[in-house]
Design a protein around this ligand. Structure first.
Ligand SMILES: Nc1ncnc2c1ncn2[C@@H]1O[C@H](COP(=O)(O)OP(=O)(O)OP(=O)(O)O)[C@@H](O)[C@H]1O
Ligand SMILES: [Mg+2]
Length: 348
């Protein structure tokens, strides 16, 4: 395949500056969604960095906060608190105006989500050119770069086609091209291959590898896929809105405990895996000792400082009322109290 060698060399060099400074820094990100009276803590203090040219993936169960996190670091969603720094902007983007963010994002990040779409009435080439036009890239550069990207991404033959006549993989390549037209430093994505069959996904993943290695673009992508995760430099595991651990590429998504390094966050917190706690019959406290450089946690099932005149209570999952433990029905709304209602404290 013919590649515009001059252009790519020039662009690699622009991506080659000071590899020691992180490209993206997220500090203590908290995001609380408010729907009516219900608050959901989607992120509970997440910090991480992405290095230049790094290939970083985010994994975690459904609802753990992955989409929220990539939307925050891509400058699409404002966090409730916390800071996000991009290398090309000398201020915290969470304090920047939308205009400043949109302007800075043009040259910093390409964002690709599962439902990234092309404009249906334009050809592939026109879609890419339009993205360059909106990003205020010079017309001459847009022309050169569109040609380069069409060839680099293997869709040169499809340049005059419209979205409805393209395969899933071709649509994805075209969508990637629209994000690369501004020569970004990082591609941020939310399950970008989640809607593709295994073979097509594999070819798109090969492309991400080439974009990473040959164009020097860092990758920060959410995935549920073993196929994707095995290609990472580093994988962050989210659970209940916090990063609980890191993994390398030798990961099995079915046996995360085999490769997990527990993360100590900026508040010195460690989240112990639920499976470990369950195996120990879910102690609420631990005492701690150190021995030969190791930390030993001793489970404590009953403390003698629990007040005597208090009783354990459970939250009714229907109305939020506090009811005494072992009660079968809520005395406020009458809903059955299931085992799911967690013992969560004491009441006089
Ligand atoms: N706009 C919103 N309003 C209210 N709650 C939301 C909103 N978006 C997400 N949430 C809640 O925030 C939590 C995290 O959601 P998020 O979409 O970030 O999870 P996820 O890890 O991407 O899940 P999945 O793997 O299913 O895509 C969930 O409890 C979700 O219900
Ligand atoms: Mg999601």
């Amino acid at each position: 395949m013919a590649i515009n060698a001059n252009l790519s060399k020039q662009e690699i060099e622009t991506n080659n500056d000071d590899d020691l400074v992180p490209l993206l820094v997220a500090e203590d990100i908290i995001k609380i969604y408010q729907t009516g009276k219900i608050e959901t803590q989607a992120l509970r203090g997440v910090s991480f960095k992405v290095k230049p040219r790094e290939k970083l993936f985010l994994i975690g169960p459904s609802g753990s906060g992955k989409t929220t996190l990539v939307s925050v670091v891509a400058g699409i969603t404002k966090p409730t608190s916390g800071k996000v720094f991009w290398k090309n902007l000398s201020k915290d983007i969470t304090r920047s105006t939308y205009e400043e963010i949109i302007k800075a994002r043009r040259t910093f990040a390409g964002v690709i989500f599962q439902d990234s779409k092309l404009l249906p009435h334009l050809t592939v080439k026109e879609n890419i050119e339009l993205a360059g036009f909106y990003a205020k890239v010079k017309q001459k550069v847009v022309k050169q770069r569109t040609e380069f990207l069409l060839k680099f991404l293997g869709i040169w033959d499809k340049r005059s086609k419209r979205e409805d006549t393209l395969s899933g993989g071709e649509k994805k390549r075209a969508a990637i091209a629209t994000t690369l037209i501004t020569n970004p430093k990082i591609l941020i994505g939310d399950e970008p291959t989640g809607d593709l069959d295994v073979e097509t996904a594999e070819s798109i993943l090969d492309l991400f590898d080439r974009i990473n290695v040959e164009l020097g673009v860092a990758i920060c992508i959410v995935t549920h896929s073993q196929q994707v995760a095995a290609r990472a430099n580093r994988i962050l595991e989210l659970r209940d809105g916090v990063i609980i651990g890191q993994h390398g590429s030798q990961i099995s998504l079915r046996k995360l405990e085999n490769s997990r390094l527990l993360e100590i966050d900026r508040q010195s917190r460690i989240v112990l895996p639920k499976s470990v706690l369950q195996d120990m019959h879910s102690p609420k406290h631990f005492s701690i000792t150190t021995e030969n450089g190791k930390i030993i946690l001793h489970p404590v099932y009953k403390t003698d400082f629990e007040p005597n005149n208090m009783t354990h209570v459970t939250t009714c999952t229907m109305c939020g009322n506090l009811v005494k433990n072992k009660v079968k029905f809520c005395d406020h709304c009458g809903a059955p109290i299931t085992d799911k209602g967690e013992n969560n404290g004491f009441k006089k």
